[in-house]
Design a protein around this ligand. Sequence first.
Ligand SMILES: Nc1nc2c(c(=O)[nH]1)N[C@H]1C(S)=C(S)[C@@H](COP(=O)(O)O)O[C@H]1N2
Ligand SMILES: [Mo]
Length: 318
Amino acid sequence: MPVYRPPSIRPSEITPEQVYLSRRQLLGGLAGIGLASAMPRASGQSMALVEPPLSFTRNARYSTPEKANSWSDITQYNNFYEFGTDKADPAQNAGDFRTRPWTVTVDGEAELRGQFDLDSFLKPHALEERIYRLRCVEAWSMVIPWVGIPLGEVLKRFKPTSRAKFVEFTTLLDPKQMPGQRYPVLDWPYAEGLRMDEAMHPLAILAVGLYGRVLPNQNGAPLRLVVPWKYGFKSIKSIVRIRFTEKQPKTSWQQSAPQEYGFFANVNPAVDHPRWSQKRERRIGQGSLWDRQPTLPFNGYADEVASLYRGLDLARWF
Ligand SMILES: Nc1nc2c(c(=O)[nH]1)N[C@H]1C(S)=C(S)[C@@H](COP(=O)(O)O)O[C@H]1N2
Ligand SMILES: [Mo]
């Protein structure tokens, strides 16, 4: 089991979520406008705090009322193996990662394909805040206020053909910038995939921000997937390519250990990982190291998504 290392946090970095929350209560549903003056500036650490806040509306229907994790939990306890395998590595090593200019390539089984500058890729879509649970396969969880756009609405724009049965996502390959890619930890670049109906489900989003700010690099800037009913590893970061495919795409984790990580990776307390139980989880930032809460089927999103898997043996198709 992974061990939580208390991150070394400078005082200048620990206030944003408190400032954010109190301002947010004042502003109610008004997008993040006006927060900039209240936000402390971190020196060079995170573009998220240097760039102006995002404008978004809050989506209450798709948000959990649970208490969100702090800015420091969310930005200092990360999995992003391109920047190292320890939880503190991404925050340490991703500071200089260049997320502009950024190009997203859309190809495969779609009528519209091409390369898009990130701004033109995002332009037609309004940003929403959604507070989602994230359940890592390593049996810890967080609650994260993402800012993003529904994946399905993005995909529709490219008019997938009738042959498009899956969507494949790929992270940037750039060992110069991503030191973790110099080691054969995974088969780089990181790749993930969804079945088309999963990708079109309204809960699946592409995130560009959190806590009303541009995504910090360690959280997958400038564009990452968030699929809240699946283990965290499906939520691929720093996406450069989206490809519509007829066949189920290969995913990095399935390639590296197919007996441990399936293509579906739906959160399922009834199916243990071969090396540990998935029945319970530790909520980062709450209680002691030994406090665990029950893990819910589909990470608590069963009412919304269980119908996608009707008739599927979830123990076999894990
Ligand atoms: N490209 C890439 N995406 C990735 C990962 C990674 O190592 N590389 N780790 C995954 C895992 S295991 C988890 S739990 C989440 C963590 O997201 P967070 O650090 O923003 O909480 O990112 C996922 N996306
Ligand atoms: Mo994870």
